[in-house]
Design a protein around this ligand. Structure first.
Ligand SMILES: Cc1cc2nc3c(=O)[nH]c(=O)nc-3n(C[C@H](O)[C@H](O)[C@H](O)COP(=O)(O)OP(=O)(O)OC[C@H]3O[C@@H](n4cnc5c(N)ncnc54)[C@H](O)[C@@H]3O)c2cc1C
Length: 266
């Protein structure tokens, strides 16, 4: 799509280049930015010139650059020895997007855009990922990815803040994990996504996304029984109605998906 309001493009190669002028926004894969007109956006600052390594493994876990494409993450998941790595693939398949979008869209762009159906957010929240955020004053702040969405398509990132990477802790990578999604249409955008994981210490974490405006994370000392899990999911708030599903439907489906995840983890 032609972005009539955009009059400048810069390719960032240094941190200083990431200081955004009024009207400038970061450009990652551009799959959303080039899909609709936003009159307030007058300049694009391309993050791909920063040269951030896509994936960095260390003793503490895995760092995924914001600019890592979904395709790259899926390729990694298919060769990784981490038991939870298949979640990257599962989450990519929960997007209403083909491999063509996977090749361009980035992990950071999906999280920063913060649609409720952002599957990279589902993945990151499932694994307790922490976001590394570069602030315009040259500093850095850390924030759970679960706290980045502020609504469907709104984020808590302040103007000028750049999502640099997400970090997944080693214990989450070593977990057993499962994802279930439901959509009203067979190939439609996710109406509900539920993930669950059991860590090596036996503790369990369930996350509800897509059906709620912002992620909900439920923690248990061990895998809960069916009644406890259903009650915990049902007790959440933030269910919403849009053309992709009513709030009541999203709530009911999330309870069902959580039980399917629980059974798989059993
Ligand atoms: C066919 C198709 C299907 C889609 N399906 C889904 C879906 O199922 N679920 C869903 O949630 N979305 C979906 N989307 C929208 C989706 O969120 C984006 O297309 C994609 O994830 C955005 O990634 P990107 O790298 O292309 O980001 P861009 O389009 O480059 O950027 C998206 C937004 O994030 C900002 N941004 C990007 N990177 C950063 C960063 N590192 N720090 C701060 N801000 C940043 C940009 O300024 C922009 O506002 C779909 C889009 C298409 C075209």
């Amino acid at each position: 799509m032609d972005l009539d309001a955009v009059t400048s493009y810069r390719r960032a190669t240094t941190r200083e280049d990431l200081l955004l002028a009024p009207g400038e926004v970061p450009l990652a894969g551009g799959t959303w930015l080039f899909s609709e007109q936003v009159p307030e956006i007058t300049g694009l600052v391309d993050l791909q010139g920063m040269g951030w390594p896509d994936l960095v493994e260390g003793d503490g876990g895995l760092e995924i650059a914001a600019t890592c494409t979904i395709a790259r993450l899926v390729a990694y998941s298919r060769t990784s020895m981490h038991s939870a790595a298949h979640l990257f693939d599962d989450a990519a398949n929960a997007l209403l997007a083909s491999f063509k979008i996977w090749n361009t869209a980035t992990v950071g762009g999906n999280i920063a855009k913060s649609y409720a159906a952002a599957a990279m957010t589902s993945m990151a929240v499932a694994l307790d990922a922490e976001a590394v955020i570069w602030t315009p004053d040259g500093g850095e702040r850390l924030c759970p990815v679960a706290k980045i969405p502020a609504g469907n398509g709104a984020s808590t990132l302040a103007p000028g803040e750049i999502l640099r990477a997400i970090r997944i802790p080693a214990h989450a990578l070593a977990s057993r994990v499962a994802l279930r999604k439901e959509a009203l249409a067979e190939n439609g955008r996710s109406g509900a996504v539920v993930t669950g994981r059991v860590d090596p210490d036996g503790s369990a974490v369930f996350a509800v996304t897509a059906s709620v405006l912002t992620p909900r994370v439920l923690r248990f000392a061990g895998l809960p029984d069916a009644a406890e899990l259903a009650a915990s999911v049902d007790a959440q708030d933030g269910w919403y109605t849009d053309p992709l599903g009513s709030a009541d439907w999203r709530r009911g489906v999330s309870v069902v998906l959580a039980e399917r995840v629980r059974r798989e983890l059993l």
